[in-house]
Design a protein around this ligand. Sequence first.
Ligand code: UDX
Length: 443
Amino acid sequence: MHVAMIGTGYVGLVSGTCFSEFGVDVVCVDKDRAKIEKLEQGVMPIYEPGLDDLVAKNVREGRLSFTADLSRAVKKADAVFIAVGTPTRRGDGHADLSYVYTAAKEIAAAMDGYTVVVTKSTVPVGTGDEVERIIREARPDAQFDVVSNPEFLREGSAISDFTHPDRVVIGTHSPRAQEVMRALYRPLHLIETPILFTSRTTSELIKYAANTFLATKISFINEVADLCEKVGADVQDVAKGIGLDGRIGKKFLHAGPGYGGSCFPKDTLALAHTARDIGVPLRIVETVIDINTKRKKAMAERVIAACGGSVAGKTIAVLGVAFKPNTDDMRDSPSLDILPQLQANGATVRAYDPEAMREAKALLPDVVWCDGTYETMEGADALVIITEWNQFRGLDFERVKALLRAPVLVDLRNIYNPDEMVRAGFDYHCIGRPLPLLHGEGK
Ligand code: UDX
């Protein structure tokens, strides 16, 4: 079985590598020659745990290669995956499909023999129809099927998500294409992963519905956290208490500074726009987007309040700027709202992130970038945790207090226990959890 994977972004590179790990012969294609050259040298364009080793192993064993020559890769392929970007289009919030359609044209020109063309990029309902139309128009006699096969992997745990998914969704009614797809995913069949065959349109919608539903869970618990703060309840216990109900599920109920990343913000927006255009507005999704946008903006206010109402002339230490741990991805990270707002209010920001600083430097000007966790805190008036990297979970409290000018800690990810922090002498602020009575107005 031969696969061509068009696009070596997160989804393309991880999917291509994992298919080669499944024993398939995979060629990953990208127009960016510099990226291809680096990949050939074993240099990854993204930080993803375990990816470099898996790439090296499969390249060594001859199942994985990289090229800028789309035509050659496609000619040989039984299945061609389109895994190019679908960013938010400037101005109207729709997904920009120009990369998908360009890839479809190029695939059409190169296809040789029966080929399954698979959209793995997250694409709006109806995109598969358009891809099919483009290929049919260019090659009226070609033998092919267009299949939707959305990817649900998360950054930071992408490899295990791909190799041990909760399910695989395959959108096609063509028996021939189903057979090819079943063969590609055979190793997952062996570990009894449910494989859902459905229509192409339904499959396209499943991906958006999954991401918007997860985003809804997050915005829901974030609003409940605000309510908890007003009534003195504990949002983590609320999450546990409702999550133990199997119908609700305990995952994705962590209150925090709002969701970011390459998928949720983009996909919620794209689905809301598509639905409105079709005349079936998804009001819940529109509200989720609104809540999340406002939430990210509101986080700086919390820091300012924790600093006694003003950060003018103060130094704020920030741990973590990536949108979540184990990634260097800064896309739509809450830090992009929080840090500039603190600076606009007169603060000097010192920050550290284990992997994302290279990405962050261009996006967050005038930040003092530090080399390590504790260095960041030197002489700061408050410490803010934005991303819950494991290495921030076990701070040496005495050392932190000695470095900070005031023991103010704003924990936007609830990684510390309020009782313990207050006992350790911190002026501790968190999300949706009450503080023990010896601290604050209840005393
Ligand atoms: C997400 C989906 O999980 C994945 O299935 C899809 O393929 C791509 O989008 P990803 O963006 O990598 O994956 O990250 P994820 O771990 O889902 O987190 C998304 C955002 O939600 C992060 O900003 C995270 O901090 C936030 N989040 C997540 C919360 O605030 N609370 C939670 O309980 C869970």
